[in-house]
Each structure stands twice: as structure tokens, then as C-alpha cells.
Write a protein that binds this ligand. Structure first.
Ligand SMILES: *Cc1c(COP(=O)(O)O)cnc(C)c1O
Length: 365
């Protein structure tokens, strides 16, 4: 069986460095807000090309805390893509603001700036584009809208560590960005972890308090905060993995290039498009097919594990159903989506196997 994603392979590759990181933290006797977190924050800020990085507990908290730090709350609207992982929406809901759903392009899965423009009201405070599946959204268009309407642009970069837009890394393209280091992400911890990147120094300072009970100095609580911290062990592991991120993304790009070339001629299979200005890092390789369920079952029989990202749009989930207008274009896409195996440790032979299984399905139709 070709697994959809093999996380253990990253552990094997880096075993001795991870062991050394573990020993270093255990020997220090310091597990929260110590030198590993500070070092990782510096290294990740440099990697993204921004001045500040603030480690937090997970990716959703990263987005939620940015909104909180900007004072966005009840009565405010935040524009989000109709098609995304639900955390994007929940970050908005959890700070009391209203998510306003906007359609995405059916070939890049990124939010459509023309539809964003149409959704802006006097209550809109921010646009939250998602660099979904690893491809950056059209940031120049969104930033131009934000400038005119005086809005924040908050990148959901949870799936796009290292991706570039016109040569610049995501995380440095808007007012602030939220990253997730959930184990399966391109840069993943071995547990929950997240971070915020920003060139807004004032925001960064506020976030450092917000994540830690609203305090800078122990037991001096200047604002009402939360407990959402990146821990020392995860920071130490992330420092090891950050060194491998570019190589691992390059391997993902190699696999995606092969899929794009070889699968192009298959009937009924729609491949993802990459805009000229985008350097995608292929967190996921998502295709569309009119007989998606039959294709998925066929691949399973041929030993290829696939997944669906995501089977239910946020608007139609139990969390929002009946309260948010459902988007029929988004539903139509959802029914056709299928994510093929991709990852830094997938072998060429595995990629060939996936391709053959897809070609075989095409022949049987
Ligand atoms: C993973 C993810 C998140 C949330 O990250 P967690 O660390 O799981 O909280 C947010 N947005 C998107 C698009 C994601 O893929």
C-alpha cells in the first residue's frame, strides 16, 4: 500500500538530530518560553523574510490571536474563502466576528479577488486569504483592495511554508500570517504547534502578551490573554526540520511536476493550475474527477491511499449550517476533489505506481 502520507519517514531521516534536540531540552529543565522557542522564532522569521515571529500553540490560535490583537470582534466582518479547512472560519467565529464566505478559483483553489471586492461592506475589517494546498493566493490584488478600504490582510499560511509569490515568501505578504506546524504540514512538529509572522512590530509585541496570559513580566497581566504557547520540545524539533524544509519542498515540486506532465492526457481528470507568479510547495496534490468516488475506490484496490480535502465545505458543516449561505459552486468542486499521495519521502516508483493506477482507471471507463 502506498500511504497517503508517511510521517515516520521524516523521523527516520532525522533521528539522530531529533534525539539530540530532545536531550538538549530535557537536560535544560526548561520547557516553556525558553531559548529554543526564541531561537526558532528568529530562524523562522529569517526564513520567511519578516522581522517578527511569535510561536503559539497551533495554527488556528495563530489566526485567532492575530484577529484579537487587531481588535477584531463582535460586529466585524472578515472575508474568508468558501473552500478551506474549517480552522480559517473558526478563528473568525471564535473572536466573535462574522466570517463572510467568498468563492475560490476552480483551478487554483485560491480566493477570487473580484468576488472579494464585491463582498466588502462598511463592517469588513480584514481579508483572510488561504494559500491552499501550498499555492499562494493573488496577494497583490488583495493588498490593493485592503489599501483602498483600510483592511488588514491576514494570510492563512498553514499549508504553504516556503511557498513564494513573485519571489517573496508567504508569511511576509500581508499584515500578518498564521502558520500551523501540525505534524502533516510541510513543516510539521511532533505534536501541536503554530506561529505568527509579521513586519508589524506593535502587533508582535501584543501577540507575545496575548499568547501568555496577557503578560510580559510574570504575574503582571496587562491585557486579557490566553494560554497558547509553542513549547520548547516542539521548537527544538522544528529547528531541526526547518533546515530540511527547502529540500523537502523541492522534492514535492519534483513529484508534482511529474504528475502534471504524465497525467495531462488523461480524460476527465482535471489537474491543478499554477499561476505564473506562484512558486507552490504542494502541501497537497488535488485533482478533480466527475467519478471521484469510483476513482478513489479503484485506487484503493490498486494499493494507492488517497484523501479528500475537504468532504464538506465549512458553510455546510454542522458548525455553520443554517447560519451561513451555502455556496453551490464550492459544493460542486467538493464532490469532485481527490488528493493524491505526495510528500518528501514518496519514491519515484511509488509515483509511477499512482500514475499507472490512474491510467488504468481511464482505460476502464
Ligand atoms: C492545518 C490548518 C489550520 C489549522 O492548524 P492547526 O495547527 O491544526 O490548528 C488552519 N488553516 C489551514 C488552511 C490548515 O490547513
Amino acid at each position: 500500500m502506498i500511504p497517503f502520507l508517511d510521517i515516520r519517514a521524516s523521523v527516520s531521516e532525522l533521528q539522530s538530530d531529533l534525539d539530540e534536540a530532545y536531550r538538549r531540552v530535557m537536560a535544560s529543565g526548561w520547557f516553556i518560553n525558553g531559548s529554543e522557542v526564541v531561537a526558532f522564532e528568529r530562524e523562522f522569521a529569517d526564513y520567511c523574510g519578516v522581522r517578527n515571529c511569535v510561536g503559539v500553540g497551533n495554527g488556528m490560535d495563530a489566526l485567532y490571536l492575530i484577529l484579537r490583537a487587531y481588535g477584531i470582534g463582535p460586529g466585524d466582518e472578515v472575508i474568508v474563502p468558501a473552500h478551506t479547512f474549517i480552522a480559517t472560519w473558526l478563528a473568525v467565529t471564535n473572536c466573535g466576528a462574522t466570517p463572510v464566505s467568498v468563492g475560490v478559483f476552480g483551478d487554483t483553489y485560491n480566493i477570487d479577488p473580484v468576488q472579494v471586492a464585491a463582498a466588502i461592506t462598511s463592517r469588513t475589517k480584514a481579508i483572510m486569504p488561504v494559500h491552499l494546498y501550498g499555492q499562494p493566493a493573488d496577494m497583490d490584488s488583495l493588498n490593493a483592495l485592503a489599501e483602498v478600504h483600510n483592511l488588514k490582510v491576514i494570510e492563512d499560511a498553514a499549508q504553504a511554508h516556503g511557498a513564494r509569490y513573485k519571489g517573496r515568501r508567504v508569511g511576509a505578504l500581508g499584515s500578518a500570517a498564521g502558520f500551523s506546524f501540525y505534524p502533516g504540514k510541510n513543516l510539521g512538529a511532533y505534536g501541536d504547534a503554530g506561529a505568527i509572522t509579521t513586519n508589524d512590530d506593535e502587533l508582535a509585541e501584543k501577540l507575545q502578551m496575548l499568547r501568555n496570559y496577557g503578560s510580559k513580566k510574570k504575574y503582571h497581566h496587562e491585557i486579557s490573554g490566553v494560554n497558547s504557547r509553542l513549547d520548547e520540545l516542539q521548537a527544538a524539533f522544528l529547528r531541526v526540520k526547518l533546515k530540511r524544509l527547502d529540500d523537502w519542498n523541492a522534492r514535492r515540486q519534483e513529484i508534482a511536476a511529474r504528475y502534471l506532465t504524465v497525467l495531462e492526457s488523461l480524460p476527465d481528470l482535471e489537474l491543478p493550475k499554477v499561476r505564473a507568479w506562484a512558486d507552490a510547495v504542494w502541501h497537497l496534490f488535488v485533482v478533480q474527477h466527475p467519478q471521484r468516488d469510483a476513482l478513489q475506490a479503484h485506487l484503493e484496490l490498486q494499493g494507492v491511499q488517497t484523501a479528500i480535502h475537504y468532504p464538506i465545505p465549512p458553510a455546510d458543516s454542522g458548525a455553520y449550517r443554517g447560519r451561513v449561505r451555502s455556496d453551490s459552486a464550492c459544493q460542486a468542486i467538493t464532490e469532485r476533489l481527490l488528493s493524491l499521495p505526495i510528500g518528501p519521502h514518496l519514491l519515484d516508483a511509488d509515483v509511477d505506481h499512482v500514475v499507472h493506477a490512474l491510467q488504468d482507471f481511464g482505460r476502464r471507463q
